[in-house]
Design a protein around this ligand. Structure first.
Ligand code: AMP
Length: 419
């Protein structure tokens, strides 16, 4: 019969890869908690209109890449393409703002976008991220950036680069947009089809072009900083000052525009040299307009989302951080003794040992071969002799030493060992 394969752009995370994922998740939980952030988990499916309103109908994410379908009750449902809009929906729905003037939230989970699959770009991918909802002050932006920076560092990524920009307030952006369009209009015949469309719908995104000819055109375009108001300027300077105080190096990149519509003021991206073309590990910024536009009471907010697949690729050569758990391989060649062995294994696990029990009833030789392969520290063996004398044979696989221990003493024996 024909095999069923996974869907294009989706990937299994196999047993030899999940350790990295667990360690990354552990670092996200640990570091976020150290900063006083609490985890929030929202559903993978949401009403499509959440993203139409929250991300923007004219963005690629919503217009081209969202998986949506009509449900039996005729409502349109989508697989979430990102988590900021769902987190804000939940914040409004459960009145989290009423519980505390500042909500510091973080999340981990899958997102779905129907993009052209390539290295570092999948149709189901995973993100972790944070949203700090309630503070309009620049120290909040610096805190969020610092948290993202610390998570990536703590996971062992060395070559991190922070790019920083500000897209100013709404009025600044409107003025900039119209000047940019004026500047680009004479170049329309030279622009790609995509950029021509963007010129009408979302001209700022042309600044992000990867097309060589367009990069040249964009070089001489008006710059956003020419349109900052005094407040925009002061805000941006303060964020930079706090980052200096935190000793986080950054480079100002005026061409950094985020793909999503709800950003205001600060935008940032953290990249890694260890990646190819898709080098952005994490992207974020301030989005003061989103809570209000999703029907909540206006609340300023700042956050980021990081791509976990990319973070894991970028950390390929990191030093592993998880401590080694002492491991025992439990061998049994007497079927009647199987229960005794399993009970001893259970007790040893309760004092912190990892114990792998043989359940294939193989020969002593093949069980030993597996024990050596499993990188165990010890094997414990119950054969006929041991079963009859209520003992267990122990072998230290590091030095080959062997001894017989009374069954009753096995727990105290292992308790006394230090690793
Ligand atoms: P965004 O929500 O577009 O700001 O993306 C935030 C981060 O998610 C990016 O910096 C990437 O690391 C990651 N990301 C976005 N889209 C994909 C994708 N299709 N596949 C893998 N990672 C992605």
């Amino acid at each position: 019969m024909a095999q069923v394969k996974s869907i294009k752009g989706t990937h299994d995370i196999l047993p030899n890869q999940t350790k990295d994922w667990q360690e990354l998740e552990m670092q996200v939980h640990k570091t976020s908690n150290l900063y006083g952030y609490s985890e929030i988990r929202t559903p993978i499916i949401e009403t499509a209109s959440l993203f139409n309103r929250g991300v923007g109908e004219e963005t690629d994410i919503v217009s081209k890449e969202m998986y949506s379908w009509e449900d039996k009750d005729k409502s349109i449902i989508s697989l979430r393409p990102e988590l900021t809009a769902p987190v804000v929906r939940s914040y409004i729905q459960h009145n989290l703002g009423g519980q505390s003037p500042l909500q510091r939230l973080y999340y981990i989970g899958p997102s779905f976008r129907r993009e052209r699959p390539q290295k570092g770009r999948q149709r189901q991918f995973h993100q972790f991220g944070v949203e700090a909802i309630g503070s309009a002050n620049p120290e909040q932006d610096a805190e969020v950036i610092s948290l993202g920076w610390d998570i990536l560092k703590s996971f062992g990524i060395k070559s991190l680069k922070l790019k920083l920009s500000s897209i100013g307030s709404k009025s600044c952006r409107e003025n900039f947009k119209s000047e940019l369009v004026k500047y680009l209009n004479p170049f329309i015949p030279k622009l790609s089809e995509v950029s021509q469309r963007r010129l009408e719908k979302n001209p700022l995104r042309i600044l992000d072009t990867k097309n060589k000819d367009e990069i040249e055109i964009v070089k001489s375009a008006p710059k956003i900083e020419q349109f900052y108001t005094k407040d925009d300027q002061n805000y941006f300077f303060s964020v930079q000052k706090f980052l200096n105080d935190l000793e986080i190096p950054f480079k100002i990149d005026p061409l950094l525009v985020r793909g999503l519509d709800y950003y205001t003021q600060t935008t940032f991206e953290i990249c890694s040299e260890n990646l190819g073309a898709q080098d952005a590990l994490l992207g974020g910024g301030r989005y003061n307009g989103l809570v209000g536009s999703l029907g909540g009471k206006d609340a300023p907010a700042v956050g980021f989302a990081a791509g976990m697949e990319r973070v894991i690729i970028a950390a390929k050569n990191r030093k592993k951080i998880s401590p080694k758990i002492p491991t025992i391989y439990a061998i049994c060649t007497n079927d009647e003794a199987m229960g005794i062995l399993q009970n001893s294994a259970k007790q040893l696990r309760s004092i912190g040992y990892k114990v792998i029990c043989e359940t294939l009833r193989r020969s002593m030789r093949s069980q030993m071969r597996d024990a050596n392969k499993s990188n165990a520290d010890y094997v414990m063996i119950i054969g006929d002799d041991e079963f009859n004398s209520r003992t267990i044979q122990l072998k230290d696989l590091k030095n080959g030493e062997q001894e017989k221990v009374d069954l009753e003493k096995i727990i105290s024996y292992f308790k006394s060992l230090t690793f």
